[in-house]
Design a binder for this molecule. Structure first.
Ligand code: URA
Length: 241
């Protein structure tokens, strides 16, 4: 059993500075197990610790693991320049606890984006040594041909890449649409591969990471959900959470 003082707990969950959290508790804003607790030093077991603040219920989480269904025109960068950052789609507590995207999608790419405040998890998932397949649906400018699919599967030469880059799998799903599975995560990789194969990417959506698929999470574009340990594992996590 691991116990935590309520002031420290609120701060760790992104509710503000140590002083602000203490004042929140002393002014009676925090309820634990249905009772208002005004002592910031009162300590509780972190296991399944549920609390209410500003009338919203939360569960204590040492780390958060989130999937967001990214809409277009949001940037994954920490310092977005031309569009709002993806963090603006999440409750503000998450940016205070340093939740970050796991890897990046282009501002105009939509779909599955994992986010976390667990540095070890982010590092492990983003490592080039990890080969977690990522599934994209790309809408093409020109009609898809068997030659395009063959080129993407056998490998195309990208500027600055020593060896040709090949899709793990690639198939046509509509006249102007392909599903392409990549193991690497190079800069603009799908768009550059399509361009190198003589077509052009008009829209791109990531629909799965590892075994975890976006439809299975059933979240609208712009919405997000917590991932449970099984879902994190199916997204190819390198270690058990
Ligand atoms: N490939 C791209 O070209 N863009 C993305 O956002 C992801 C993969």
């Amino acid at each position: 059993m691991s116990k935590i003082a309520l002031g420290t707990m609120l701060q760790s969950q992104g509710f503000g500075t140590r002083r602000w959290c203490r004042e929140l508790i002393e002014s009676g804003e925090l309820m634990v197990n249905g009772a208002i607790i005004r002592d910031p030093r009162a300590s509780f077991d972190t296991n399944n610790l549920r609390f209410t603040i500003y009338d919203a219920e939360w569960i204590y989480r040492e780390h958060v693991y989130i999937c967001i269904n990214k809409p277009p025109n949001f940037e994954c960068s920490r310092k977005p320049s031309s569009h709002p950052g993806v963090l603006t789609l999440l409750p503000e507590q998450f940016s205070r606890r340093d939740v970050q995207p796991v890897g990046r999608l282009d501002h105009d790419t939509t779909g599955m984006l994992l986010m976390s405040d667990d540095g070890a998890f982010i590092h492990a998932q983003s490592s080039p040594k990890r080969h977690v397949p990522k599934v994209y649906v790309a809408t093409t400018h020109d009609a898809v041909t068997p030659e395009l699919i063959a080129a993407l599967k056998s490998g195309v030469k990208l500027h600055d890449e020593p060896a040709p880059m090949a899709a793990l799998r690639c198939e046509q799903v509509a006249e102007h649409e392909i599903e392409i599975v990549l193991e690497q995560g190079k800069y603009h990789q799908v768009k550059r591969m399509l361009a190198a194969a003589g077509n052009h990417c008009r829209a791109l959506r990531r629909v799965a990471i590892g075994e975890l698929t976006l439809p299975s999470l059933d979240i609208e574009e712009g919405a997000w959900c917590y991932l449970n340990p099984d879902q994190i594992t199916s997204a190819g996590a390198a270690f058990a959470i």
